[in-house]
Write a protein that binds this ligand. Structure first.
Ligand SMILES: Cc1cc2nc3c(=O)[nH]c(=O)nc-3n(C[C@H](O)[C@H](O)[C@H](O)COP(=O)(O)OP(=O)(O)OC[C@H]3O[C@@H](n4cnc5c(N)ncnc54)[C@H](O)[C@@H]3O)c2cc1C
Length: 430
């Protein structure tokens, strides 16, 4: 009861903020006489997926990004870490860390299309690292907990993550197992009413700052798809060692850790859902992670194209703007077309997903296409900036570095191709 009261109170305060900012938004825009409609409602009228509420949510998040995040991004990129607790508290208080999570645990209780809208808007943050860490918190480390976790676990881990009081990380990849998730070696052995965990995790986003990890571990010696469980693991337990913060090509403001477990004892009740179902839960969790990633990079790609148009319009070579050379404006038109195609696939996929369909094939296609397009787009746009594109001062070079991860993380391109081939029934038979 105490939980429900507190959670509802928190939910209403978050919703109140959202509704208040929406109301302010509506009022301001009605006075601008945009065909007698607010901007949000006219945008929504032409949209295949988003309603006025989606646009109001996006608008309010955009203001928060401009005020609370973007002014500090360069500093955090330089420092190699952003203050996750501070940023998440701001986002959590405003209701953005659980838009599709249950109301009784502080979420807004909306469907996954709102999460996609938030992911898109987070693409306005001037780097890839911070949105990625926010995505880990909202759509990578917590979907399985929200769907299958016990009320006690949700109270302890989900509610404070939605409110921005606890930082979450996801422990799936290991030194010897990334693409091949089934071959992870970390073991959780039952001893009485506790698991004793030994092993380690690699590439853990926000691992150096996290309060808890959604850990995938082997809990029996059975077949690899049936022997794994997801466990909520507090990161302050004895035997957890953060071995190092990994120095990376991009995503520099997001800390990426290597974590070791040495006889870490955690209560068996910290298991999410059913023992042995961890692999299946993680595969489900991956669908939201992949769609979230596509939505997030879409906005970044659009922003890079727009900045390239602005720069090449004012930069003159051979007595005319760089943009006026046909090869340049044609290429940018081609890239914008590809962005729109990807956007259509994302919205179709999201619409099917919220109706309860299995979108594994389409989500894998969208993730594959997003990775490929981001690489092409980053390379093409950077080229038109000339020497300026090779400096650290411009968004295009940061995008070029950050977006390279899209073809590797959350399942590499080749993993996406294997999934698509499975659905096409074209994989060689054993
Ligand atoms: C910055 C960053 C943040 C990350 N954050 C997290 C996190 O928070 N939590 C987490 O669990 N993991 C995280 N990861 C790990 C990420 O998901 C893995 O890097 C990814 O799954 C690939 O695994 P791997 O690096 O072990 O590559 P490997 O599995 O060794 O694969 C190497 C390459 O082999 C190729 N390949 C794969 N499968 C096939 C195939 N079937 N046929 C042909 N070629 C193939 C691909 O090109 C792939 O890139 C992160 C990684 C990075 C770099």
């Amino acid at each position: 009861m105490a939980l429900c009261g507190r959670a509802l109170q928190m939910h209403f305060s978050a919703s109140r903020h959202f509704l208040k900012t929406s109301a302010v938004y509506q009022k301001r825009h009605s006075s601008e006489n945009v065909s007698c409609k607010s901007k949000a409602s006219s945008e929504a009228a032409d949209h295949v997926l988003y309603t006025q509420e989606h646009f109001a949510l996006k608008d309010s998040l955009r203001k928060l990004i401009d005020q609370e995040i973007n002014p500090f991004v360069d500093k955090w990129e330089e420092e190699g870490q952003f203050p996750a607790h501070r940023v998440f508290k701001i986002l959590g208080t405003a209701g953005f860390l659980g838009v599709n999570k249950p109301v009784e645990y502080g979420g807004l209780g909306l469907d996954f299309s709102y999460s996609v809208a938030v992911a898109e808007e987070l693409g306005n943050i001037n780097c890839g690292g911070i949105p990625m860490a926010i995505g880990v918190q909202t759509d990578m480390a917590t979907p399985a907990l929200a769907r299958f976790g016990s009320a006690e676990l949700k109270k302890e881990f989900l509610l404070p993550s939605i409110m921005g009081d606890k930082v979450a990380c996801l422990g799936v990849s290991e030194v010897g197992a990334g693409s091949d998730v089934a071959s992870i070696k970390t073991k959780a052995v039952r001893k009485g009413d506790e698991f004793v965990i030994n092993g380690g995790k690699m590439w853990t986003t926000t691992g150096a700052q996290a309060d808890w990890m959604c850990l995938l571990a082997n809990t029996s010696d059975g077949p690899p798809h049936r022997n794994k469980s997801l466990i909520c693991l507090p990161m302050n337990l004895p035997g957890i060692h953060i071995a190092r913060k990994i120095d990376k090509l991009g995503m520099r403001s997001s800390d990426t850790a290597e974590v070791f477990f040495e006889d870490v004892r955690v209560p068996c009740k910290n298991i999410i859902g059913q023992e042995g179902m961890g692999f299946t839960y993680q595969m489900l969790q991956f669908q939201e992670e992949r769609l979230w990633g596509v939505a997030n990079i879409l906005m970044m790609m659009e922003k890079v194209v727009q900045e390239t148009i602005t720069y090449t319009r004012q930069r003159k070579i051979f007595q005319q703007p760089v943009l006026y050379h046909q090869v340049v404006h044609f290429r940018l038109a081609e890239l914008q077309t590809e962005i729109e195609l990807l956007r259509s696939l994302l919205y179709r996929c999201t619409a099917l997903y919220i109706k309860g369909n299995d979108v594994t094939k389409l989500a894998s296609m969208a993730k594959l296409k997003a990775g490929r397009l981001a690489r092409e787009l980053g390379d093409s746009c950077l080229q038109y900036w000339g020497g300026m594109g090779f400096t650290s001062d411009v968004l295009v070079s940061r995008f070029y570095r950050d977006s390279r991860l899209m073809s590797i993380g959350a399942g590499a391109d080749e993993v996406m191709l294997s999934i698509i081939c499975k659905y096409m029934d074209t994989l060689p038979r054993k």
